[in-house]
Design a protein. Structure first.
Length: 337
């Protein structure tokens, strides 16, 4: 039986993570070779970093620092590039990433990393993203919720829980700092290839384990798509084209619309598994049922726009078609191969 491109799959997720890290190591090695005059660290540290990236998951900040290093070099900011190279040589960047739940705190993420995380998700010049750290009490509440949601996923959708474990090593709990009258969006969560291995969640919007489980399914879906294409778009549409999004109040590029629709289908799949499990109480069951119905309507609206307007890459078409066909088939329960 062929492996579905839509349904969660652990072995595929492990391979996607490996490919993402290999691509980073190859590119970073080329940067080191081209910028010897900027290097202040010993060659042995560079080799150790590249070996670690290839061997095992590393902190998402390694990917983010690499992205900012390439940007600094392209702007001929030699001082900034040297600073970023020095950061990359820190021993902590060569350590194996383990699953953890944190907030935007430099004591845990490292000096300069909080600002880098914020810049990485604030990627649309037309609409600002304003996020900050949660306080200690909210961090404890958030960690408790994420743990409960993770246990629920292991019980109702073990294949999804395993995929999340392979793709997500750092869950960053944040709060929305948008101010009245400011051109900003209400932030729910984010994933970006520039912080591979991390997802950001606005925990202030979450009070139920089922909601956090669905949010993790959502962000892991984004990670799967990003890793499948190494961060490249799923479509050839001009990014300046904007369309109504099913999950955002602001119009989004077509690539964002396809991403949102794919993860909507993943959310529906996750909600189906929760509803069929018999593990929800009556209140949770009603809530998930209502959210599932709303997600179906959102998917239908976005699918019609995508069908009319999307100009897919070959890989993008394969991934989108797999999600569309699963929903069109009535969301059948099928085991992942």
């Amino acid at each position: 039986m062929p492996i579905s491109l839509f349904l969660p799959n652990y072995a595929r997720a492990v391979e996607i993570d490996r490919r993402a890290r290999t691509a980073l190591a190859d590119s970073l090695g080329a940067v080191f070779d081209a910028c010897r005059e900027l290097m202040t660290s010993e060659h042995v540290h560079q080799r150790a970093l590249l070996a670690a990236i290839r061997a095992h998951p590393v902190a998402p900040s390694v990917f983010g620092t690499y992205a900012e290093l390439v940007d600094a070099i392209s702007r001929q900011d030699n001082a900034g590039a040297q600073q970023l190279m020095t950061r990359l040589m820190q021993l902590r960047f060569r350590s194996r990433a383990t699953a953890r739940v944190v907030t935007l705190d430099e004591r845990e993420l490292g000096n300069g990393v909080v600002a880098m995380y914020t810049r990485s998700v604030d990627d649309d010049p037309g609409t600002a993203v304003r996020i900050g750290a949660v306080d200690g009490e909210e961090l404890v509440r958030g960690r408790t919720l994420v743990a409960a949601a993770t246990r629920l996923l292991h019980d109702v959708a073990p294949e999804l829980a395993a995929e999340i474990g392979a793709l997500v090593h750092e869950t960053v709990l944040v709060r929305d700092l948008c101010r009245a009258g400011e051109e900003s969006i209400a932030f729910d969560g984010a994933s970006t290839f520039y912080l591979w291995g991390a997802v950001l969640l606005n925990i202030a919007r979450q009070y139920e384990r089922t909601g956090v489980a669905t949010a993790l399914a959502h962000e892991a879906g984004h990670a799967y798509l990003l890793g499948s294409t190494l961060g490249m778009p799923l479509v050839e549409n001009d990014p300046a084209e904007r369309y109504t999004s099913p999950l955002r109040s602001d119009p989004r590029p077509m690539d964002g619309l396809v991403h949102a629709s794919f993860v909507l289908a993943r959310m529906i799949w996750c909600q189906d598994r929760m509803l069929a499990s018999g593990l929800l109480d009556s209140s949770e069951h009603r809530l998930v049922q209502a959210e599932r119905s709303a997600n179906h309507a959102r998917f239908a609206n976005s699918a019609s726009t995508i069908t009319l307007r999307a100009r897919f890459t070959n890989r993008g078409r394969e991934l989108w078609t797999a999600a569309r066909d699963w929903v069109a088939a009535g969301c059948p329960e099928r085991a992942s191969a």
